[in-house]
Design a protein around this ligand. Structure first.
Ligand SMILES: Nc1ncnc2c1ncn2[C@@H]1O[C@H](COP(=O)(O)OP(=O)(O)OP(=O)(O)O)[C@@H](O)[C@H]1O
Length: 255
Protein backbone atom coordinates (compact mmCIF):
# COMPACT_ATOMS: atom_id res chain seq x y z
CA UNK A 1 0.00 0.00 0.00
CA UNK A 2 1.54 3.27 -1.07
CA UNK A 3 1.03 6.76 -2.41
CA UNK A 4 3.12 7.20 -5.52
CA UNK A 5 4.16 9.98 -7.85
CA UNK A 6 5.42 8.20 -10.94
CA UNK A 7 7.75 9.81 -13.44
CA UNK A 8 6.26 13.27 -12.91
CA UNK A 9 7.40 16.32 -14.82
CA UNK A 10 6.12 19.85 -14.51
CA UNK A 11 7.17 23.22 -15.88
CA UNK A 12 5.86 26.68 -15.07
CA UNK A 13 6.07 29.03 -18.06
CA UNK A 14 9.04 27.18 -19.55
CA UNK A 15 10.85 26.75 -16.20
CA UNK A 16 11.33 23.02 -15.54
CA UNK A 17 10.48 22.49 -11.88
CA UNK A 18 10.24 18.67 -11.76
CA UNK A 19 11.83 16.32 -14.31
CA UNK A 20 10.88 12.62 -14.25
CA UNK A 21 10.51 12.53 -10.48
CA UNK A 22 9.14 9.44 -8.74
CA UNK A 23 8.50 9.04 -5.02
CA UNK A 24 6.86 6.25 -3.07
CA UNK A 25 5.27 6.91 0.32
CA UNK A 26 4.64 3.51 1.89
CA UNK A 27 2.10 2.88 4.66
CA UNK A 28 3.80 2.56 8.05
CA UNK A 29 7.03 4.21 6.87
CA UNK A 30 8.49 7.70 7.02
CA UNK A 31 9.84 9.01 3.72
CA UNK A 32 12.03 12.10 4.00
CA UNK A 33 12.37 14.60 1.17
CA UNK A 34 15.20 17.13 1.22
CA UNK A 35 16.61 19.64 -1.23
CA UNK A 36 17.81 23.23 -1.37
CA UNK A 37 15.46 26.21 -1.83
CA UNK A 38 13.57 26.01 -5.11
CA UNK A 39 14.43 22.32 -5.66
CA UNK A 40 10.75 21.49 -6.28
CA UNK A 41 9.80 19.87 -2.95
CA UNK A 42 6.56 21.81 -2.48
CA UNK A 43 5.66 21.34 -6.14
CA UNK A 44 6.01 17.57 -5.71
CA UNK A 45 3.84 17.84 -2.60
CA UNK A 46 1.27 19.79 -4.59
CA UNK A 47 1.27 17.09 -7.29
CA UNK A 48 0.54 14.43 -4.68
CA UNK A 49 -2.29 16.43 -3.13
CA UNK A 50 -3.84 17.59 -6.40
CA UNK A 51 -3.10 21.31 -6.04
CA UNK A 52 -1.19 21.16 -9.33
CA UNK A 53 -1.33 18.58 -12.12
CA UNK A 54 1.90 17.26 -13.57
CA UNK A 55 2.24 17.66 -17.33
CA UNK A 56 3.72 14.17 -17.47
CA UNK A 57 3.45 11.18 -15.16
CA UNK A 58 0.80 10.01 -12.72
CA UNK A 59 -0.16 9.91 -9.07
CA UNK A 60 -1.49 6.67 -7.59
CA UNK A 61 -2.94 5.72 -4.25
CA UNK A 62 -2.76 2.01 -3.47
CA UNK A 63 -2.42 1.38 -7.20
CA UNK A 64 -5.40 3.54 -8.22
CA UNK A 65 -4.65 6.40 -10.62
CA UNK A 66 -5.82 9.61 -8.93
CA UNK A 67 -4.06 12.06 -11.27
CA UNK A 68 -7.35 13.64 -12.32
CA UNK A 69 -8.88 13.84 -8.82
CA UNK A 70 -9.12 17.23 -7.08
CA UNK A 71 -7.84 17.93 -3.57
CA UNK A 72 -11.13 17.28 -1.72
CA UNK A 73 -11.54 13.84 -3.30
CA UNK A 74 -7.96 12.95 -2.35
CA UNK A 75 -8.67 14.01 1.24
CA UNK A 76 -11.60 11.59 1.31
CA UNK A 77 -9.27 8.84 0.09
CA UNK A 78 -7.08 9.42 3.13
CA UNK A 79 -4.46 12.01 2.19
CA UNK A 80 -3.87 14.79 4.68
CA UNK A 81 -1.30 17.59 4.48
CA UNK A 82 0.06 20.56 6.35
CA UNK A 83 1.36 23.79 4.83
CA UNK A 84 4.65 25.69 5.12
CA UNK A 85 2.63 28.56 6.56
CA UNK A 86 -0.03 27.09 8.86
CA UNK A 87 -3.54 27.63 7.45
CA UNK A 88 -5.75 27.92 10.49
CA UNK A 89 -8.63 30.07 11.67
CA UNK A 90 -6.82 31.97 14.41
CA UNK A 91 -10.10 33.00 16.06
CA UNK A 92 -11.21 29.38 16.50
CA UNK A 93 -10.44 27.64 19.78
CA UNK A 94 -7.64 25.06 19.80
CA UNK A 95 -10.28 22.37 20.48
CA UNK A 96 -12.43 23.43 17.49
CA UNK A 97 -9.35 23.60 15.24
CA UNK A 98 -8.42 19.99 16.06
CA UNK A 99 -12.04 18.80 15.83
CA UNK A 100 -12.25 20.27 12.34
CA UNK A 101 -9.73 17.58 11.37
CA UNK A 102 -12.25 14.83 12.15
CA UNK A 103 -14.93 16.50 10.06
CA UNK A 104 -12.63 17.38 7.13
CA UNK A 105 -12.54 13.75 6.04
CA UNK A 106 -15.80 12.36 7.38
CA UNK A 107 -18.35 14.92 6.22
CA UNK A 108 -21.78 14.35 7.81
CA UNK A 109 -23.81 12.17 5.42
CA UNK A 110 -27.52 12.40 4.65
CA UNK A 111 -27.99 9.25 6.74
CA UNK A 112 -26.39 11.05 9.68
CA UNK A 113 -29.20 13.61 9.64
CA UNK A 114 -31.66 10.84 10.57
CA UNK A 115 -29.83 9.66 13.65
CA UNK A 116 -31.21 10.88 16.95
CA UNK A 117 -29.88 13.97 18.66
CA UNK A 118 -28.70 11.78 21.54
CA UNK A 119 -26.64 9.59 19.18
CA UNK A 120 -25.15 12.67 17.54
CA UNK A 121 -24.28 14.19 20.91
CA UNK A 122 -22.59 10.94 21.96
CA UNK A 123 -20.61 10.90 18.72
CA UNK A 124 -19.56 14.56 19.17
CA UNK A 125 -18.54 13.84 22.77
CA UNK A 126 -16.32 10.95 21.57
CA UNK A 127 -14.69 13.19 18.97
CA UNK A 128 -14.14 15.90 21.61
CA UNK A 129 -12.43 13.33 23.84
CA UNK A 130 -10.17 12.24 20.98
CA UNK A 131 -9.35 15.89 20.18
CA UNK A 132 -8.54 16.59 23.84
CA UNK A 133 -6.25 13.55 23.88
CA UNK A 134 -4.38 14.92 20.84
CA UNK A 135 -4.13 18.37 22.46
CA UNK A 136 -2.61 16.73 25.52
CA UNK A 137 -0.28 14.49 23.50
CA UNK A 138 1.03 17.51 21.60
CA UNK A 139 1.05 19.61 24.80
CA UNK A 140 -0.63 22.36 22.78
CA UNK A 141 -2.21 24.22 25.67
CA UNK A 142 -3.58 23.49 29.15
CA UNK A 143 -6.77 25.28 28.04
CA UNK A 144 -8.35 23.68 24.90
CA UNK A 145 -10.79 26.62 24.68
CA UNK A 146 -7.94 29.07 24.21
CA UNK A 147 -7.91 31.04 20.92
CA UNK A 148 -5.56 29.37 18.40
CA UNK A 149 -4.11 32.80 17.57
CA UNK A 150 -2.66 33.03 21.08
CA UNK A 151 -0.30 30.10 20.40
CA UNK A 152 3.33 30.55 19.36
CA UNK A 153 4.29 29.76 15.73
CA UNK A 154 5.82 26.46 16.89
CA UNK A 155 2.59 25.44 18.64
CA UNK A 156 0.54 26.53 15.61
CA UNK A 157 2.59 24.14 13.48
CA UNK A 158 1.97 21.38 16.01
CA UNK A 159 -1.74 22.27 16.01
CA UNK A 160 -1.83 21.88 12.24
CA UNK A 161 -0.17 18.47 12.50
CA UNK A 162 -2.60 17.44 15.28
CA UNK A 163 -5.52 18.49 13.07
CA UNK A 164 -4.08 16.52 10.13
CA UNK A 165 -3.71 13.42 12.35
CA UNK A 166 -7.29 13.92 13.64
CA UNK A 167 -8.56 13.30 10.11
CA UNK A 168 -7.20 9.74 10.53
CA UNK A 169 -5.32 9.80 7.24
CA UNK A 170 -3.67 6.85 5.56
CA UNK A 171 -1.06 9.24 4.19
CA UNK A 172 0.24 12.27 6.05
CA UNK A 173 2.24 14.83 4.08
CA UNK A 174 4.14 17.35 6.18
CA UNK A 175 5.66 20.44 4.54
CA UNK A 176 8.42 21.79 6.80
CA UNK A 177 6.62 21.05 10.07
CA UNK A 178 9.70 21.80 12.21
CA UNK A 179 10.45 25.29 10.82
CA UNK A 180 10.41 27.80 13.67
CA UNK A 181 9.74 25.05 16.23
CA UNK A 182 11.89 24.95 19.39
CA UNK A 183 13.72 21.83 20.62
CA UNK A 184 11.00 20.75 23.06
CA UNK A 185 8.26 21.06 20.43
CA UNK A 186 10.48 19.33 17.88
CA UNK A 187 10.69 16.30 20.19
CA UNK A 188 6.88 16.27 20.49
CA UNK A 189 6.60 16.52 16.74
CA UNK A 190 9.08 13.68 16.19
CA UNK A 191 7.14 11.48 18.62
CA UNK A 192 3.83 12.26 16.90
CA UNK A 193 5.30 11.45 13.47
CA UNK A 194 6.72 8.15 14.74
CA UNK A 195 3.37 7.32 16.39
CA UNK A 196 1.55 7.99 13.13
CA UNK A 197 3.89 5.66 11.21
CA UNK A 198 3.52 3.03 13.94
CA UNK A 199 -0.25 3.20 13.35
CA UNK A 200 0.41 2.32 9.69
CA UNK A 201 0.18 5.87 8.32
CA UNK A 202 2.53 6.60 5.41
CA UNK A 203 4.39 9.84 6.17
CA UNK A 204 6.12 12.16 3.71
CA UNK A 205 8.32 14.61 5.57
CA UNK A 206 9.75 17.65 3.78
CA UNK A 207 12.22 19.63 5.86
CA UNK A 208 15.15 21.99 5.62
CA UNK A 209 16.51 20.49 8.84
CA UNK A 210 18.34 17.52 7.28
CA UNK A 211 19.37 16.08 10.65
CA UNK A 212 15.73 15.99 11.78
CA UNK A 213 14.64 14.23 8.57
CA UNK A 214 17.53 11.75 8.64
CA UNK A 215 16.83 10.83 12.26
CA UNK A 216 13.16 10.11 11.58
CA UNK A 217 13.10 8.68 8.07
CA UNK A 218 13.15 5.07 6.96
CA UNK A 219 13.86 6.18 3.42
CA UNK A 220 15.10 9.47 1.99
CA UNK A 221 15.09 11.27 -1.32
CA UNK A 222 17.05 14.35 -2.36
CA UNK A 223 15.87 16.73 -5.07
CA UNK A 224 18.19 19.20 -6.73
CA UNK A 225 16.84 21.54 -9.44
CA UNK A 226 13.78 19.33 -9.89
CA UNK A 227 15.64 16.04 -10.28
CA UNK A 228 16.16 13.17 -7.86
CA UNK A 229 19.90 13.05 -7.24
CA UNK A 230 19.90 10.49 -4.42
CA UNK A 231 17.47 8.01 -2.87
CA UNK A 232 17.94 5.32 -0.24
CA UNK A 233 18.79 5.09 3.44
CA UNK A 234 19.20 8.39 5.35
CA UNK A 235 22.89 7.61 5.81
CA UNK A 236 23.43 7.06 2.08
CA UNK A 237 21.49 10.18 1.07
CA UNK A 238 23.06 12.67 3.48
CA UNK A 239 26.52 11.42 2.54
CA UNK A 240 25.88 11.39 -1.19
CA UNK A 241 28.48 13.71 -2.76
CA UNK A 242 25.92 15.52 -4.93
CA UNK A 243 23.69 16.14 -1.92
CA UNK A 244 26.61 17.29 0.18
CA UNK A 245 27.67 19.77 -2.50
CA UNK A 246 24.23 21.04 -3.53
CA UNK A 247 22.34 21.02 -0.29
CA UNK A 248 24.77 21.12 2.58
CA UNK A 249 27.29 23.51 1.08
CA UNK A 250 30.04 20.91 1.28
CA UNK A 251 29.51 20.05 4.98
CA UNK A 252 28.68 16.50 5.94
CA UNK A 253 25.81 15.70 8.28
CA UNK A 254 26.25 12.48 10.22
CA UNK A 255 23.39 9.97 10.07
N1 LIG B 1 2.83 28.30 -9.39
C1 LIG B 1 4.08 28.57 -9.79
N2 LIG B 1 4.33 29.37 -10.85
C2 LIG B 1 5.58 29.63 -11.25
N3 LIG B 1 6.70 29.15 -10.68
C3 LIG B 1 6.51 28.35 -9.61
C4 LIG B 1 5.22 28.02 -9.10
N4 LIG B 1 5.36 27.21 -8.03
C5 LIG B 1 6.70 27.04 -7.87
N5 LIG B 1 7.38 27.72 -8.81
C6 LIG B 1 8.84 27.74 -8.97
O1 LIG B 1 9.25 26.40 -8.98
C7 LIG B 1 10.50 26.24 -8.32
C8 LIG B 1 10.38 25.20 -7.24
O2 LIG B 1 9.56 25.73 -6.20
P1 LIG B 1 9.14 24.86 -4.92
O3 LIG B 1 8.37 25.78 -4.03
O4 LIG B 1 8.51 23.61 -5.36
O5 LIG B 1 10.58 24.54 -4.30
P2 LIG B 1 10.93 24.06 -2.83
O6 LIG B 1 11.98 23.02 -2.98
O7 LIG B 1 9.71 23.70 -2.09
O8 LIG B 1 11.59 25.38 -2.24
P3 LIG B 1 11.59 25.95 -0.72
O9 LIG B 1 12.46 25.03 0.07
O10 LIG B 1 12.20 27.30 -0.88
O11 LIG B 1 10.18 25.99 -0.25
C9 LIG B 1 10.88 27.62 -7.82
O12 LIG B 1 11.77 28.19 -8.75
C10 LIG B 1 9.57 28.36 -7.79
O13 LIG B 1 9.76 29.75 -7.96
Amino acid sequence: MSLDAIDTSIAFGGLKVLTNVSVQVERGRITGLVGPNGAGKTTLFNCLTGVVRPQQGSVRIDGRDISALPLDKRIQLGISRTFQTPRLDLDASVLDAVMLGFYSRHKPSLAASFVSTATRRRHDAQLREKAEALIEQFQLTPNPHQRSGALSLGRLRLLEVARAIASEPQYLLLDEPAAGVDENDRQLLARAIRNAAARNVGVLLVEHNVGFVAELSDHMLALVRGEVVAAGSPHAVVNDPEVVTAYLGGQRVAA
